[in-house]
Design a protein around this ligand. Structure first.
Ligand code: PLP
Length: 396
C-alpha cells in the first residue's frame, strides 16, 4: 500500500466551490450586459478565495475578455498554469516588474510618467507594442493620476511608439449605495478627461469604470467594459443595489462532526468557560476555528446540521467550535455540517458571517485560510481540482 502525500484524505472541513453555480453566474452577468459591453472578470486574491485558476478558466470559457488581478505573482501563476487570455494588472507596478509584464503579455495600468517611460523602454527592448490602461483618480484617492492632470499623461503615452493606449479607467468609491451622487461626480470628472481626448482626436478601445455595484446600478457608465468581482461569486455588493435574479453563492464552508459530548447541568464549554449548560445538552464539535477564518465568536452564530440550525456554544477555538445539537437527535459522528451556505431550506450567508465578524462580505470571502482546502464540485473540463483538491501554493 502506497500512501503518497498527494493523495491523503481531506481533513473533515473544507470550502466547497460549486463551479456549476459560477458558470451560471457568469452567464447571468453576460446575459444582462448589452452584447458590445465586454467583461473583465476580477480574480484577484485567489478569485476572492475561490481558487483563481478554475475561476479564470471558466470566466474565459464563458466569454470574459480580461482577467483582473492585483499582483505579478497572481498573474504569473495563471500564465504558468497555461492561461493565455488577457490579464490586466490592477494597481501600481514597480519598475522591476515591467519586463515580466511585457514578456508574458500582462497588461498594466499606468498611473504616472516614470512608469510610462520605463515601460516604453522595456517594450522597445522586447520589440513589442505594449497595450496599457491609464488609471484616472476621479475622487477615490487611491491609484491613478488625478483627473485634472490626466491629459498630459495621455499625451505622453500616445507619444511613445512602443505603447498603445488601449484603455482609460477609473474606480468608484461608492457605487452600491442608494445615493449615487459621488459616483455621478466621479463619472463627470472621468468624462472631462475623455472629452479632452476627443478634442485632441485621441481614441481608446476601452473605457471602464464599473465594478459590481456600477455594473448593476449605473448602466450609462458601462461603456466598453465592466470589471466584475464579487457578483460572479454570487454575492451582491450591497443590500440596496439591483438584484440579478438567479445568482447563487459559489462557496460553501462545510465540516463533519468530529466529536459528540453529553453535558450535564452546570457543565461548561470551551476556553474561558463562556457557556454553562442549563440542563442536559448534546454538543457536537466541528473541526473548524478562527485559524480557518471563522469569526472568533462566543455563543453567537450557528451551523446547519440535518437542515436545522445548531447554535454555537462557548467561544470558538483555533481549530474547533462547538454547537448545541440537543434538538437534532439524529446527528451522528461525521455527519456533514454547513457553516456557510445552504442545507435543506436553511441558509447561513456570507453576510451573516460578516455581521459576526463585524466586517464586510469581501473580507469574509477572502478570509478563509488555505488550510481549509478548496473542493470543486460540478466543474466541467475547466476544473483542475475536482476530486483531487490541490494544496494551494502561493501567498494567500
Ligand atoms: C476589486 C476591484 C474590482 C471588483 O470589485 P467588485 O466590487 O468585487 O465587483 C473592480 N475594479 C477594481 C479596480 C478593483 O480593484
Amino acid at each position: 500500500m502506497r500512501l503518497e502525500s498527494a493523495a491523503f484524505p481531506l481533513r473533515p472541513a473544507w470550502a466547497e466551490i460549486d463551479l456549476g453555480r459560477l458558470r451560471r453566474n457568469l452567464q447571468l452577468v453576460r446575459r444582462d450586459l448589452p452584447p458590445p459591453v465586454e467583461l473583465l472578470a476580477v480574480v484577484k486574491d485567489d478569485a476572492y478565495g475561490h481558487g483563481a485558476l478554475d475561476v479564470a478558466r471558466l470566466a474565459l470559457a464563458e466569454g470574459a475578455t480580461f482577467l483582473g488581478v492585483s499582483t505579478l505573482e497572481e498573474a504569473m501563476s495563471l500564465r504558468d498554469a497555461g492561461v493565455t487570455g488577457r490579464i490586466l494588472l490592477l494597481g501600481e507596478r514597480q519598475e522591476p516588474e515591467l519586463p515580466w509584464c511585457a514578456a508574458h503579455d500582462l497588461t498594466v495600468c499606468v498611473n504616472e510618467l516614470n512608469t510610462v517611460r520605463h515601460l516604453a523602454r522595456v517594450a522597445a527592448r522586447f520589440g513589442k507594442r505594449v497595450p496599457v490602461h491609464l488609471k484616472i483618480d476621479t475622487g477615490m484617492s487611491r491609484y491613478g493620476v488625478r483627473w485634472e492632470e490626466a491629459l498630459p499623461l495621455v499625451e505622453s503615452i500616445v507619444s511613445e511608439p512602443a505603447l498603445e493606449l488601449e484603455g482609460v479607467m477609473t474606480h468608484f468609491a461608492q457605487s452600491d449605495e442608494a445615493d449615487k451622487s459621488f459616483a455621478r461626480l466621479q463619472q463627470q470628472r472621468f468624462y472631462e478627461v475623455t472629452r479632452g481626448m476627443q478634442t485632441k482626436g485621441l481614441q481608446v478601445r476601452y473605457r471602464h469604470l464599473c465594478n459590481s455595484g456600477g455594473f448593476l446600478d449605473l448602466p450609462d457608465a458601462h461603456h466598453e467594459m465592466v470589471r466584475v468581482g464579487i457578483l460572479l461569486y454570487g454575492v451582491l455588493p450591497s443590500l440596496v443595489c439591483r438584484r440579478l435574479a438567479g445568482l447563487e453563492p459559489v462557496m460553501s464552508i462545510k465540516a463533519r462532526i468530529a466529536a459528540i459530548q453529553q453535558l450535564k447541568p452546570g457543565d461548561v464549554v470551551g476556553y474561558g468557560m463562556r457557556y454553562t449548560a442549563p440542563a442536559r445538552r448534546r454538543i457536537a464539535v466541528l473541526p473548524v476555528g478562527y485559524g480557518d477564518g471563522f469569526p472568533r465568536v462566543r455563543n453567537q452564530g450557528a451551523a446547519l446540521i440535518h437542515g436545522r440550525r445548531a447554535p454555537i456554544v462557548g467561544g470558538i477555538a483555533m481549530d474547533a467550535l462547538m454547537v448545541d445539537i440537543t434538538d437534532i437527535p439524529e446527528a451522528r459522528m461525521w455527519d456533514e455540517a454547513v457553516l456557510m451556505g445552504r442545507q435543506g431550506n436553511q441558509e447561513i450567508t456570507v453576510r451573516d458571517l460578516a455581521l459576526l465578524k463585524n466586517s464586510v462580505t469581501y473580507d469574509v470571502m477572502t478570509g478563509w485560510r488555505l488550510r481549509l482546502r478548496r473542493k470543486c464540485v460540478n466543474g466541467g473540463p475547466e476544473c483542475s481540482t475536482e476530486n483531487h483538491p490541490q494544496p494551494h501554493s502561493g501567498s494567500r
